[in-house]
Design a protein around this ligand. Structure first.
Ligand SMILES: *Cc1c(COP(=O)(O)O)cnc(C)c1O
Length: 345
């Protein structure tokens, strides 16, 4: 049976063209600054994001962890939206590596400048943990791939600066946010001190993220990359996949968004299935299952038996993600299967 894998946009396989670009990449020892492919990718992504410099990293988790190291000190308080990747999906790394605590504000991953201002704990107080950083996720994974409203992001970063806080954008899916909003990457990144992007999600690369910002922050990030064991050598083989993806896979992201919409519109209205179509703004479809409907594990198992792979994101929450290795026709079929198995009692 033809397998339709919607568990994540990380399951994509490098295409023959991408593999050729990787095989042909000029390389050198990146820790001597001598890998021309890494250097090209870093310069290109810094320019795309409108920042002075960028640094190539093995993963988005490392990008988030380095951002925390660069912008906070142990004991600091970091403000985030609900169910942020940096809180939920990084195995406790923020506590272990940077010793920070989180304050969660807003709803569904989104929040306002007013909510930020109300949550900031002043620096220099004798009992409060000082709030030193605000981190936004765009698009927001567990929020269903929603795009963070840009006017609000700008207002949040301005309020942050006014209160002496740094700002960080977890842009693992910023390419999707740009495609969905019609705004440029540079515009989305502009309000923030540090910004990350992932190559291994919608762009279809096997490995890689970058963090971008001012020269002095990126110089500090170089040290923390080494500290975390993420400094690489002939990593131009991996960077070449990123350069290839920017040329070939970036412009097609709207197809993934249209396919997610196709699935969402097919399954919305299924009895027992709760889906807010307003959250389906990019390549992620998250739905909940009411009491009386099968739970997430049951829906995942039934769909798998019909060749459709999706993820149980919580006991009654399921996630499906579209990407360049699934066709529109496969997404149409996946919508049929999900609606059917969710409706079975
Ligand atoms: C995927 C993702 C990351 C990074 O994940 P890695 O698997 O470590 O590359 C970070 N933030 C968000 C919002 C993500 O979706």
């Amino acid at each position: 049976m033809d397998r339709i894998d919607l568990r994540s946009d990380t399951v994509t396989l490098p295409s023959p063209g991408m593999r050729e670009a990787m095989a042909a990449a000029p390389v050198g020892d990146d820790q001597y600054g001598e890998d021309p492919s890494v250097n090209r990718l870093q310069e290109r992504v810094a320019a795309l994001l409108g920042k002075e410099a960028a640094l190539f990293l093995p993963s988005g988790t490392m990008a988030n962890q380095i951002a925390l190291k660069v912008l906070t000190r142990p004991g600091d308080d970091v403000i985030v939206g609900e169910e942020a990747h940096i809180v939920w999906h990084e195995a406790g790394a923020a506590a272990a590596n940077s010793g920070v605590q989180f304050t969660v504000v807003g709803r569904g991953g989104l929040f306002t400048a007013a909510e930020l201002r109300a949550a900031v704990k002043p620096q220099g107080h004798i009992v409060f943990p000082p709030t030193t950083l605000v981190a936004i996720e765009n698009t927001h994974n567990r929020g269903g791939g929603v795009v963070f409203p840009q006017d609000e992001a700008a207002a949040i970063c301005e309020a942050a600066r006014g209160a002496g806080l740094a700002s960080y954008l977890d842009g693992a899916r910023l390419f999707n946010a740009a495609a969905a909003s019609g705004r440029s990457l540079a515009e989305l990144a502009a309000p923030f001190d540090l910004v990350s992007v992932a190559l291994s999600k919608g762009l279809g690369c096997p490995v890689g993220s970058l963090i971008a910002g001012g020269r002095s922050e990126i110089a500090r990030a170089v040290r923390f990359r080494r500290m975390f064991g993420g400094a690489m050598r002939q990593s131009g083989i991996l960077a070449a996949a990123g350069l290839y993806a920017l040329d070939h896979n970036l412009a097609r992201l709207p197809e993934d968004h249209a396919n997610a919409r196709l699935i969402a519109e097919r399954i919305a209205g299924t009895p027992g299935l709760l889906l807010d179509l307003a959250t389906v703004q990019s390549n992620i479809v998250i739905f909940k299952l009411e009491a009386g409907a099968p739970d997430a594990a049951t829906v995942v198992a039934r769909a798998k038996a019909e060749g459709v792979l999706v993820s149980a994101f919580a006991a009654r929450t399921v996630r499906a993600v579209t990407h360049l290795d699934v066709t529109r026709e496969q997404c149409r079929r996946a919508g049929e299967v999900l609606a059917r198995v969710a409706a079975q009692r």
